[in-house]
Design a protein around this ligand. Structure first.
Ligand code: PEP
Ligand code: MG
Length: 325
């Protein structure tokens, strides 16, 4: 039964009542992108561009970067590809961009913040992205990692505009960004929740430390409340501007947990991006619930006392999980 449930995936995420939830892939380069397209991903929700350059000790040229990006764009002609600018630092140091002697790398000059210490690198990356986008048929969106304020979001949007990139967005993975999502979304076209870091920073628990794993789960009611605040922020901002809310996706590992994926949709998340091998299981569970049921499950999780209570309460209401094994 497991095999047939998974084989049913037809490349479109939808709830039982037909509410569309695009299911996208997280990729680190062209090889991943081709594999993700074969597995039925509707596009790319997170292209971690730093993965292309982990071995480099000098900045890749604009030409080298454009070639690497185009390899991913070409796997998804006519589809959305959300590229993230270099998220260097902490668990992903890049020798040409980050300082290995920082005392607290997770709280240091990481992601978008490297523009403070290495001006020009981000601008050249945006130029390479624009060049590759021009040569491809993908619908290219660009987002910055580790955004903490509306001011940073505005500056990033203006750099994207200068490079000719039309759909700027931000990752919401720092609690301050979730808390001010309405102000941030006034500046950019979309947001994508990085639940790995959002959990790490909300719980003050290093995502790489095994002994803290029980704290470090996106099922924590505190993390779920930050997700809800982000979706509500998008709705508030949209209402104030008298149009629909801007897209708020999730591209952290949370999206790959089928039960949690349902909760995220219930909290108002509009797209889910994950490792491609999880797409079929998430699609299979999503289509067993209506949007209203997903919202009820989200309430159940939000009101739980602990992460484990939230997880078991939600899983208990999703019998299809047993068939998935
Ligand atoms: C995240 O933080 O959830 C995320 C998707 O980014 P990364 O795991 O690459 O930090
Ligand atoms: Mg992150």
């Amino acid at each position: 039964e497991t095999a047939s449930l998974l084989a049913d995936f037809d490349g479109q995420g939808t709830t039982a009542d037909g509410h569309l939830v695009p299911l996208l892939a997280n990729v680190g380069g062209a090889k991943d992108a081709v594999a993700a397209a074969e597995l039925g991903a509707e596009g790319v929700g997170l292209f971690r561009t730093e993965f292309c350059f982990l071995e480099r000790d000098s900045e890749p040229t604009v030409d080298e970067q454009a070639a690497a990006y185009q390899g991913v764009f070409d796997a998804f002609p006519g589809k959305k590809v959300v590229l993230r600018t270099l998220d260097a630092g902490a668990d992903k140091p890049l020798p040409f961009l980050t300082d290995a002697t920082e005392p607290n790398p997770a709280l240091g000059v990481r992601g978008y913040r490297t523009d403070l210490t290495s001006p020009g690198v981000l601008q050249r990356q945006l130029e390479a992205i624009a060049r590759a986008a021009e040569q491809s048929e993908a619908d290219v969106w660009v987002m910055a990692p580790m955004i903490s304020t509306a001011d940073e979001a505005a500056k990033f949007a203006s750099m994207c505009a200068d490079a000719g990139l039309k759909t700027p967005g931000v990752m919401v993975e720092v609690p301050s960004a979730a808390l001010t999502a309405d102000a941030i979304l006034r500046e950019v076209s979309f947001a994508s929740l990085g639940t790995n870091d959002l959990t790490q920073y909300a719980m003050a628990a290093d995502r790489q430390l095994g002994p803290l794993a029980a704290l470090n789960t996106p099922w924590q009611p505190a993390v779920l409340r930050l997700v809800r605040l982000s979706a509500e922020g998008a709705a508030t901002e949209g209402a104030a501007a008298e149009r629909n809310a801007k897209p708020v996706g999730v591209c952290g590992e949370a999206a790959a947990d089928p039960a949690l994926a349902v909760v995220l949709v219930g909290l108002g998340v509009t797209t889910l991006s994950m490792t491609a091998r999880s797409l079929a299981a998430v699609a299979a569970v999503l289509k067993t619930v209506t949007l209203a049921q997903a919202q009820e499950l989200a309430e159940l999780a939000l009101s739980a006392r602990t992460a484990e209570d939230a997880r078991s309460a939600v899983r208990g209401k999703l019998p299809v999980l047993e068939d998935l094994g």
